[in-house]
Design a binder for this molecule. Structure first.
Ligand code: ADP
Length: 259
């Protein structure tokens, strides 16, 4: 469906001639619709934990007023729900910052070996808690790309964290450099977990998309992580490749132009 805005302007004075301009509005419409969908989704995602908190407040003031055990349990749930809202707001802010900000440090050189090292150091304790060992096979040496260090950190942080969360049963996560086209560098984050059903693979980078809503929620997901990753990689003129086999695991590969 195409939508055009049509304007007619008279040429000269009383010449009887008009210029008619057709302006394609489909793209603008599509973006408006995406924005409206996004706001609706974000509101829904925030409303769910909020409704749960409101419900427990009511119960705590009423039926559970004098039940110490129930009180403790409900307070715990409320705390988890506020944490979930905080994560969601952080992710939403990340996305809106990315949209507002032009890639500031287009010329800055970032060493991916250092970035991955920092990410792995940051996440090692969390991984250990879930029984996952992270093997960092990137480096030694330097792998330079042009871009924003914080954003690239966020890319690998999200990918390694997902690999630990969703691939937990595989027991290990491997980050390594893989061969790619000339002029590019590629770094892969691989897990040995349950994998992603094929029909979901193209959709996991959509905002709020989760493969298995219940288990993803249990995993403290917001459904925004991979959309942030894709956004950052794209604005670094790179691409994100995803391959996965059920029962064998998943590999997320970040391709970036080499410096
Ligand atoms: P979330 O906040 O839910 O983790 P993401 O955007 O990071 O959101 O991921 C979207 C969905 O993709 C997840 O909910 C999960 O279902 C799936 N997913 C992401 N990474 C993996 C992985 N390594 N293995 C299996 N599934 C994954």
């Amino acid at each position: 469906e195409r939508v055009y805005r049509v304007t007619a302007t008279a040429v000269g004075n009383g010449s009887g001639l008009f210029v008619v301009v057709f302006k394609d509005q489909s793209e603008a419409r599509r973006i408006d619709r995406m924005r409206a969908d996004f706001i609706a989704n974000a509101s829904h995602e925030l409303r769910t934990p909020l409704a749960s908190i409101a419900g427990f407040v009511e119960t705590l003031r009423g039926p559970a007023r004098n039940d110490a055990a129930a009180r403790e349990q409900f307070l715990q749930i409320m705390q988890n729900q506020t944490a979930r809202m905080a994560r969601l707001i952080d992710d939403l802010l990340s996305l809106s910052r990315l949209e507002m900000k032009a890639l500031s440090a287009a010329g800055a050189r970032v060493d991916l070996v250092g970035v991955v090292e920092n990410v792995v150091d940051t996440l090692r304790p969390l991984a250990a808690d879930s029984g996952v060992v992270i093997e960092n096979k990137v480096g030694p040496g330097r792998i330079e790309v042009a871009g924003d260090r914080d954003e690239l950190f966020q890319v690998f942080e999200n990918l390694v964290e997902n690999a630990c969360k969703y691939g937990q049963q595989g027991g290990r996560v491997v980050v390594s450099v893989v061969p790619t086209a000339a002029g590019e560098v590629a770094i892969e984050v691989r897990d040995f977990g349950p994998g992603i059903p094929e029909e979901h693979i193209p959709r996991v980078t959509e905002r709020f998309y989760r493969v298995d809503v219940d288990s993803s929620r249990a995993q403290k997901g917001t459904g925004l992580g991979l959309s942030i990753v894709k956004h950052i990689v794209t604005r670094h003129r790179g691409r994100l490749a995803i391959s996965s086999r059920l029962g064998e695991g998943s590999a997320f590969t970040v391709h970036l132009p080499a410096e």
